[in-house]
Design a protein around this ligand. Structure first.
Ligand code: AMP
Length: 384
């Protein structure tokens, strides 16, 4: 038997209602805030991710599905969608259309990670990107929208963790301070962290090894190194969130793994998800569009793991029932034509109807309708 490839899975009809529900809630919520959907290809030039995410990140270094096509071009199945959306934004010159462009996407991503509960090699993300505005109110409004979206899914209250990861001016100074702290501890660090120390020391905060986590808990945090402009931006984001009544807590150790993040970074975790408890991550990436060859346009966005969302739907989530409302069984060959036409008429009136020509479903038959009574009964059923 050929089975689905390790780390991938089928979503069966019994489960799909939950996925539709989540996606519909996302579309409705985001569109109320002026976001429009964008669909980009599932594969892109490998260079896009190398430049847009950063060679030193785990994603690019170890987790990409990269292959050569028949002409020898290096392509990659998208591991995330911010770089592709930024690529499309630049390619189609969306900055010329409107000053602030709000986009959302829903779709599969691919990462070669060790599969476990809540961690797949093909998984789906729901995300948004706002291009063209560095005002802190954009950060706060987009986070507030996210909280509203989760509340519609019955996921509330949530643990929102917030930080500022600084900018081109202040982050290098912090990076130096962190390296100064870690260098003497180098020999005790795990192999991954020794590598991170050379390539991307901020990533040491993501280490899951308990001894390293303790060391990182004593490390200096970026809060002490933020420049005046970043500090002010962060204070204003928090003030707007306070005004919105959105609860959060600041954790100076939250750093996003992707190089293009600037200033605001945030994450939502859910205790029920087990080891893979991150539900979503996001932040500001003011340098990305320019890095990819576009104009100097700031950006802000987040990506939610849809698989984890579906697992976490709260009791308040009103998942619509997609079971058939009527099953029409033809009792004998002579009943097939009137049964088919009855089914069709009910469908035109918006009913979900299954037609069964083989009497297989006649077990739970609730009523038998003689042909002469069909018309009147259909009218009644359509109205019910
Ligand atoms: P990231 O793009 O790494 O910030 O991830 C954003 C969200 O996508 C995470 O918080 C997860 O909910 C989800 N996610 C990331 N990687 C996986 C994976 N391998 N399997 C399932 N969900 C994932």
């Amino acid at each position: 038997m050929i089975e689905a490839v390790k780390g991938s899975r089928d979503i069966l009809p019994e489960e799909i209602g939950r996925w539709h529900f989540v996606e519909e809630a996302a579309r409705q919520t985001f569109e109320r805030y002026g976001f429009r959907e964008i669909r980009t290809p599932i594969f892109e030039s490998t260079e896009l991710f190398a430049r847009g995410i950063g060679e030193a990140t785990d994603i690019v270094a170890k987790e990409m599905y990269t292959f050569l096509d028949r002409k020898g071009r290096s392509l990659t199945l998208r591991p995330e969608n911010t770089a592709p959306v930024a690529r499309a934004y630049i390619q189609h010159q969306l900055h010329r259309r409107s000053e602030v462009e709000r986009l959302y996407y829903i779709g599969p991503m691919f990462r070669y990670e060790r599969p476990q509960k809540g961690r797949m090699r093909q998984f789906s993300q729901i995300g948004v990107e706002v291009f063209g505005c560095e005002h802190p109110a954009i950060d706060a409004e987009t986070i507030e929208m996210l909280v509203a979206f989760l509340a519609r899914l019955g996921i509330a209250p949530v643990e929102l963790i917030l930080n500022s990861v600084g900018c081109r001016d202040c982050r290098p100074r912090y990076r130096e301070a962190l390296v100064r702290y870690l260098r003497p501890l180098r020999d005790d660090l795990c192999e991954d962290c020794r590598r991170r120390l050379e390539t991307n020391p901020l990533r040491c905060f993501d280490c899951k090894v308990p001894a390293d986590r303790e060391r990182m808990a004593r490390a200096p945090t970026i809060q002490e190194y933020l420049c005046a402009a970043c500090r002010e931006h962060f204070a204003r984001v928090r003030a707007y969130l306070d005004a919105f009544g959105v609860a959060y807590h600041v954790d100076g150790r939250l750093v996003r793994g992707l190089d293009y993040y600037r200033r605001t970074a945030f994450e939502v975790t859910l205790p029920g998800l087990g080891a893979q408890n991150a539900l979503l991550g996001g932040g500001r990436y003011d340098g990305l569009v320019e890095e990819l060859g576009g104009p100097s346009v700031p950006g802000f966005g987040f990506a939610v793991g849809e698989d984890r969302l579906v697992l976490s739907l709260g009791a308040g989530a009103a998942i619509p029932d997609d079971a058939p409302e009527v099953v029409i069984v033809a009792l004998g060959e002579g009943g097939v034509t009137p049964a088919l036409s009855a089914a069709r008429r009910l469908r035109l009136k918006g009913r979900r109807v299954i037609f069964d020509p083989l009497k297989r479903m006649s077990d739970g038959l609730q009523e038998t309708i003689a042909e002469g009574d069909l018309e009147a009964r259909l009218e009644e059923m359509a109205r019910a």
